[in-house]
Design a protein around this ligand. Structure first.
Ligand code: ADP
Ligand code: MG
Length: 727
């Protein structure tokens, strides 16, 4: 058998599960490596502790003196845990996390050294920004950018490094990362939602967005993964024939977790506990060797940091178990891809989940207010939400016959649909006492406080209400959650702000009572946002037609979807809500387009290489064997050989046909790439999407045909069956 594949298989088959020592119970491990409230209480003076807490809770500034005290405390704590280095930890627009380690160690002359870490180093650093994507923001002569401490996300120790979560901005102040706009969006939603909450409870001073992500991933043997150049370079397989058995028996979903995988999960969970990531759920997913991990939800900024950190940790822990984590949205054709559901809600500092039905009519009216405003926000900005989840890899899921579709719609379930229908017929203007009582007792008052069982059944909806939160399901597994969370919180903030203005106007100008005004505005919102509500099968052909009639967008590809980011409407929205400036928006748009182009470009190159360096030579080798066989048969059977060697001769011809197709299609693809490379921005991305990418499937088709014809012993590329079913 071909050497690489053979060796990889041999290694994979000989693996034993790597033992994991859970040395303490989880609750004891939790947050041990985090500079959290508990640790701060121990290490900080009362003054410094209150300074940090106030920054976390009220966004107040931390002065230099306090920063100095915090830095000293962090250093002492870190040194007590054998930490040698510190780093500002940030999320540049590459989608990954970035860090540059500096030692605490410092020489002080006379051959002496100390450990040093001061306020200034905690608060700000100036990494060279020139190697990170900046979308033209940075002037070439000014390469500096700076990172600034985000006290709302606690510092943590990973390995022997103290990591300090920071934002990353250009020297001229523009955001160059995913965290900065997220923090601004969270501030915007806090402000708008708190103002609306005051209609219901004057004591509410702050509203926070919460996020609970569900991370799906594939886990395959490291040697098998490394034997595939496509996985190594693109994170997915670019070719490979489907195995005879895939996921059709549904025998993997929620099945018993294979032992190598479970040990990996336990190891990963221990790391997560130490880092304060509250992971809770683990299970097998639908596709073979596909799994899911989900935490208890947290404040959105912290949850985003935790997911980014997790994706990094997942890869490192996998390596210890001789496994490779594939976070790609579609690593294998023919079986399910991976997503990252973003469960989202808003809650008050008084402990109320604003998207959870309450026990009284008034609390339910508050729930309906936030519920309906969210639906309206999604309706008004469906294209922007779609853009927030667009990427080359997520295109394989959205609109590609796999859930969810590229059309954004909202599922709310039967009970709430009925409630909205009732509210739609509320009288215009003042309500009679009877109508008011009726609404309170029979409509709003009748919403059960547990809605969980009637929702969540429709798995095809990209944005579903699941009882006490919305679940944005179209997010891809590689995504940085900050991006969809920034959009969602910004659009909801804008919507709530508008709602407040409209309600106040009705109270003032039409002399309506507060609840009358709220009912009146909600009625109009329900009517207006109807087109976005959809309870049916999101995968069906019917829905595509229906959605078009309703005027919903269906942007199937990234280049198409991203356009919404730079529409006048989007720019006005971000500027009004002070989330991003036009310059920042355009820079991001440019970066995302370029990333798309580069990813497809790399895939094209890798596919061309594999097809030429692996597939064609193997096919020729096998063809030679056949030719030799035919020649032998001719020698023995003389004139009768044509009949006897008939099948072999057909195979020889067929192989030649496939080789010719592969070769000519690669040539054609290369020509298209050359043309595309002369273009820029939107045009380049479109050319890669519409001219280059279509060749991928065509080339793959012939490669996959050869795979099932050719002697298994000769085939060099590790097969789907081997990657998906080796445990
Ligand atoms: P599933 O969707 O798998 O049925 P659940 O609905 O129980 O599971 O929860 C899924 C995720 O939703 C979990 O990560 C959970 O922490 C999160 N979640 C639950 N409540 C909220 C909330 N109020 N805000 C944000 N996320 C939440
Ligand atoms: Mg879920």
């Amino acid at each position: 058998m071909a050497q690489i594949r053979f060796n990889a298989l041999k290694e994979a088959l000989n693996r034993k599960p790597v033992e994991v020592d859970e040395y303490d119970r989880r609750s004891n491990l939790f947050g041990k490596n985090v500079f959290n409230g508990n640790t701060m209480r121990q290490y900080l003076t009362k003054e410094a502790y209150q300074g940090v807490m106030s920054a976390i809770e009220h966004g107040t500034k931390i002065d230099r003196k306090i920063a100095g005290q915090v830095a000293a405390a962090m250093k002492d704590w870190a040194l007590s845990k054998n930490v040698t280095h510190y780093t500002h930890w940030f999320q540049p627009l590459t989608g990954a996390t970035a860090e540059k380690h500096d030692a605490f160690f410092e020489t002080i002359g006379n051959g002496m050294a100390i450990e040093k870490f001061e306020g200034a180093q905690l608060v700000q650093q100036e990494p060279d920004a020139s190697s990170f994507p900046n979308g033209g923001i940075r002037n070439t002569f000014e390469a500096r950018g700076y990172t600034a401490w985000d006290p709302t996300s606690p510092a943590f120790i990973y390995g022997t490094t103290l990591c300090i979560p920071t934002i990353f901005v250009s020297y001229t102040g523009e955001a160059l990362d995913n965290k900065t706009p997220l923090l601004r969006a969270l501030t915007a939603v806090d402000k708008a939602a708190t103002a609306v909450c005051k209609y219901f409870d004057k004591n509410v001073k702050k509203v926070s967005a919460s996020l609970g992500w569900e991370q799906e991933y594939f886990l395959i043997d490291k040697s098998l993964a490394n034997s595939r150049p496509d996985i190594q370079l693109t994170g997915r397989t670019l070719l490979g024939h489907s195995p005879a058995k895939g996921q059709q028996l549904d025998d993997h979903y929620f099945g018993s977790i294979p032992s190598r995988a479970i040990n990996y999960m336990r190891d990963l969970e221990v790391e997560c506990m130490l880092l304060g990531i509250p992971v809770k759920t683990r299970h097998n997913e639908v596709a073979p060797n596909q799994f899911e991990l989900a935490p208890i939800f947290e404040e959105a900024n912290l949850a985003v940091d935790h997911n980014s950190l997790l994706m990094d940790v997942m890869g490192r822990v996998a390596s210890r178990h001789n496994l490779k984590v594939l976070l790609h949205e579609k690593p294998f054709a023919g079986v399910n891809g991976s997503g990252k559901h973003n469960n989202w809600s808003l809650s008050t500092d008084t402990g109320v989940n604003l998207l959870g039905p309450g026990k009284t009519p008034m609390s339910n009216l508050q729930f309906l207010t936030f519920f309906i405003n969210t639906i309206k926000a999604v309706y008004e900005n469906e294209e922007l939400l779609r853009a927030a989840i667009a990427s080359a890899s997520n295109d394989h899921r959205l609109g590609a016959n796999e859930a969810p579709p590229a059309i954004i719609s909202v599922f709310i379930g039967e009970q709430l649909t009925a409630v909205l229908n009732e509210l739609e017929s509320v009288t215009n203007g003042k309500l009679s006492p009877k109508e008011k009582t009726d609404l309170k007792l029979n409509v709003v008052g009748k919403i059960p406080d547990v809605l969980l069982d009637n929702t969540d059944r429709n798995r095809t909806s990209p944005f579903a209400f699941t009882g006490n939160k919305f679940e944005f399901r179209a997010v891809g597994s590689t995504a940085n959650c900050a991006v969809p969370m920034t959009v969602l919180n910004t659009i909801v903030a804008k919507q709530l702000k508008e709602f407040k203005i409209e309600v106040d106007a009705l109270i003032k100008k039409k002399d309506l009572k507060k609840d009358e005004a709220i009912f009146n505005v909600l009625r109009e919102y329900i009517k207006a946002s109807k087109p976005v509500l959809f309870e049916g099968n999101g995968y069906g052909e019917e829905w595509t037609k229906e959605a078009k009639k309703r005027g919903l967008s269906n942007n199937k590809t990234t280049p198409e979807a991203l356009k919404a980011q730079i529409s006048k409407k989007a720019i006005d929205l971000y500027e009004e809500m002070e989330v991003m400036t036009a310059v920042e928006i355009e820079a991001r748009h440019e970066i995302e387009l370029e990333e798309y182009t580069k990813r497809i470009q790399i895939e094209g190159r890798v596919l061309g290489d594999i097809a030429r360096n692996h597939v064609i030579p193997t096919a020729v080798r096998y063809q030679n064997t056949l030719i030799k066989n035919v020649k032998g048969l001719k020698e023995i059977f003389e004139q009768d050989y044509r009949e006897i060697a008939h099948e072999q001769i057909e195979l020889v011809k067929e192989i030649s046909l496939h080789i010719a197709e592969i070769n000519s299609k690669i040539n054609a693809m290369v020509e298209e790439r050359k043309k595309a490379n002369k273009l820029e921005g939107q045009k380049a991305a479109e050319a890669y999407c519409n001219k280059v990418k279509p060749y991928f499937d065509e080339i793959r088709y012939h490669c996959d045909k050869l795979e099932i014809m050719i002697d298994d012993e000769l085939w060099t590329l590790t097969k789907y069956r081997e990657m998906l079913f080796t445990r």
